[in-house]
Design a protein around this ligand. Structure first.
Ligand SMILES: O=C(O)CCC(=O)C(=O)O
Ligand SMILES: [Fe+2]
Length: 203
């Protein structure tokens, strides 16, 4: 298969990742913090089952989603329009850490809840006009580690993977959203639940 990232005593090396596109930090949050946020977000977030129009059929998105942010700015994604919910105390705690580490004041977050290995997100780019040119998106993961793949839009053989662990922070940057696509594939193994938060700046 494609080049996979590898583990070294629980710490993941990022030396095979294109660092101008992806900046990965394992243990950005401690394992305990990750577990705590996972449980809190599971119950406190207003999770929605969105649908997607495909081949003329209305299908359930294979994960639960939620959208939180600063104000009433709406955000179009996969043919859906999202109205942000107001920040919760936990989301603000997470955002503060991410803002500090990145030097960016994020104003919205899209949350994904992957209930098991059947939940996934298909190849896509977060290239909506609201995000502007070469957006920086900060991706925080809690719970079950899942594989995150990127591939070049024009050359699908150009690809990389990174295992997004509990408490990790992945910064997506450069032209990743314009010239590359990313996904979290289904897992054939029996896997536990995972929550991912992608912090964004909506213009
Ligand atoms: O769950 C992830 O790691 C990625 C989620 C994602 O790509 C998105 O919400 O746009
Ligand atoms: Fe994405």
């Amino acid at each position: 298969m494609e080049q996979l990232s590898f583990f070294d005593g629980g710490l993941q090396s990022t030396r095979h990742l294109p660092l101008h596109l992806l900046d990965y930090r394992s243990n950005f949050f401690t394992a305990g913090e990750g577990k705590g946020f996972m449980e809190k977000l599971k119950t406190d977030i207003d999770w929605k089952q969105e649908t997607i129009q495909m081949y003329g059929k209305l299908l359930n998105t294979p994960r639960l989603t939620a959208w939180y942010g600063d104000n009433e700015k709406t955000y179009a994604y996969s043919g859906n329009k999202y109205f942000p919910m107001p920040w919760t105390p936990e989301l603000l705690k997470i955002k503060q850490r991410v803002d500090e580490a990145s030097g960016i004041r994020f104003n919205s977050v899209l949350l994904n809840y992957y209930r098991n290995g059947n939940d996934s997100v298909a190849w896509h780019a977060d290239d909506e006009p609201e995000l502007g040119r070469n957006p920086i998106i900060a991706s925080v993961s809690f719970g079950q580690a899942r594989r995150f793949d990127i591939r070049h839009k024009e050359d699908h053989k150009l690809r990389h993977s990174v295992e997004l662990e509990n408490g990790s922070l992945l910064i997506m940057k450069g032209d990743l959203q314009h010239n590359w696509e990313h996904r979290v594939p289904k897992s054939t193994k029996a896997v536990k639940e995972r929550i991912n938060l992608t912090f964004r700046v909506i213009g």
